[in-house]
Design a binder for this molecule. Structure first.
Ligand SMILES: NC(=O)C1=CN([C@@H]2O[C@H](COP(=O)(O)OP(=O)(O)OC[C@H]3O[C@@H](n4cnc5c(N)ncnc54)[C@H](O)[C@@H]3O)[C@@H](O)[C@H]2O)C=CC1
Ligand SMILES: O=C(O)[C@@H]1CCC=N1
Length: 289
């Protein structure tokens, strides 16, 4: 990251509210982020412009009040901060398409694409373009996202602060080296899917044992939410918190025994490894082009 003096908190917030935010690609993650930004109150819908090649996506986006276009260059020309939110293999063609309208002094590119490296993005943009690579997740929609960000070679500290503050409006945002981002994808980028599957399965168990479906889903979701909040709020190790639920000779330890026999922990570890390796593979493809 290039060096630059940091600016104060309120100045950054002012800067965010005056920043024109563009999205290249208006699919699921772009919509979650755009809706999250708007709900936070810090980014106005009229300061967001999104491009997509699919009219259905543009209709969905128009319904939240953002400007839409099918022209990626229009997004770049009208934005200060551009979120690259197309699928990883579309990043290079899209960056090449907009290359001519990029002003490295004016625009900051923020890529959310799994695996796609800062180096490959910088190569596809004009020399000196400021790039920040991030890995967010879909709970950004409800301001409960988890993001890790890594500034690129030409990004200055103001860029990192701006991106971090912007992403903090939709959850937590930590800064870390790019080398961690594939594993971040495996844990928190893809993680909501594992949690949704866990909620659905817990609810299935409840239904099997006689609970109405709606009550079972509500209880399962609130239980994951509550458990997550305890880990974050108490700072206790999750293993310690697990032990507190397991009464001697009680119900929970019987359930834990069943989970261990079925390889619950190993399966989750394998899942994170599989997603991380896939992100690495996508990155290698983007590097080889
Ligand atoms: N879905 C998720 O939970 C997360 C996704 N990501 C990343 O976000 C990116 C987008 O993923 P999703 O939103 O899930 O995919 P998506 O398929 O829902 O969205 C991609 C959008 O790009 C549009 N598109 C395709 N070609 C285009 C082009 N040439 N110009 C402009 N738009 C074009 C598609 O019509 C689609 O609406 C990926 O790179 C992914 O790795 C990152 C974190 C979480
Ligand atoms: O499944 C994917 O590739 C994207 C990246 C993280 C979450 N969704």
């Amino acid at each position: 990251m290039a060096s630059n003096q940091g600016i104060g908190d309120s100045q950054i917030k002012d800067k965010i509210s005056n920043t024109m935010v563009g999205f290249l690609g208006g699919g699921r993650m772009a919509q979650a982020m755009a809706k999250g930004f708007i709900s936070s109150g810090l980014v106005r819908a009229r300061n967001i412009i999104v491009s997509d090649k699919n009219e259905e996506m543009l209709d969905q986006l128009e319904s939240i009040g953002v400007r839409t276009t099918m022209d990626n260059r229009e997004v770049v020309s009208n934005s200060d901060l551009i979120v690259v939110a197309v699928k990883p293999h579309i990043v290079q063609p899209v960056l090449r398409e907009v290359h001519q309208v990029v002003s490295p002094d004016k625009q900051l590119f923020v890529s959310i694409a799994a695996g796609v490296t800062i180096k490959s993005m910088e190569e596809d943009l004009p020399e000196g373009t400021r790039v920040v690579r991030v890995m967010p997740n879909v709970p950004a929609l409800v301001q409960a996202g988890a993001t890790v960000m890594s500034p690129g070679t030409h990004a200055v500290s103001d860029d990192a602060e701006l991106v971090q503050e912007l992403l903090k409006t939709i959850g937590i945002c930590e800064e870390g080296p790019e080398s961690l981002l594939d594993a971040v994808t495996g844990v928190s980028g893809s993680g909501p899917a594992y949690a949704f599957a866990a909620i659905e399965s817990l609810a299935d168990g409840g239904v099997k044992m006689g609970l109405p479906r709606s009550l079972a889903i509500k209880l399962a979701a609130q239980t994951l939410l509550g458990a997550a909040k305890m880990v974050l709020d108490t700072g206790k190790h999750p293993g310690e918190l697990k032990d507190e639920v397991c009464s001697p000779g009680g119900t929970t330890i019987c359930a834990m025994h069943t989970l261990e026999k079925q390889g619950f922990r190993g399966t989750l570890i394998d899942a994170v490894e599989a997603a991380t390796l896939k992100a690495r593979e996508l990155g290698a493809k983007s590097a080889n082009k």
